[in-house]
Write a protein that binds this ligand. Structure first.
Ligand SMILES: [Zn+2]
Length: 88
């Protein structure tokens, strides 16, 4: 289990389940202060972490879920494209 501390409130951020801690490069929102952070995880280790937006607008749980779904899908698309390129 990868633990990431928020840069602003220093509370641990619970990573959504879809995040692949072996390889993740994207946003995560702190549940405590709702700041948007950019993180990069490689093999379960935090490589990069920076604040993207302080006090991220309060989204409802549904909005948040759909936002992350979009991000996750975009990521999948990118990975699929990368794979295609590698196959050629
Ligand atoms: Zn925070």
């Amino acid at each position: 289990m990868v633990e990431i501390e928020c840069l602003l409130c220093e509370k641990p951020i619970k990573l959504p389940k879809y995040i692949d801690t072996e390889n993740y490069d994207g946003e995560v929102v702190c549940q405590e202060c709702e700041s948007l952070l950019y993180i990069k995880l490689v093999k379960g280790k935090l490589q990069k972490r920076r604040v993207k937006q302080k006090g991220f607008r309060r989204f409802s749980a549904e909005e948040m879920a759909s936002l992350f779904k979009i991000l996750a899908e975009k990521r999948k698309e990118l990975l699929a494209e990368e794979r295609k390129r590698e196959e050629k």
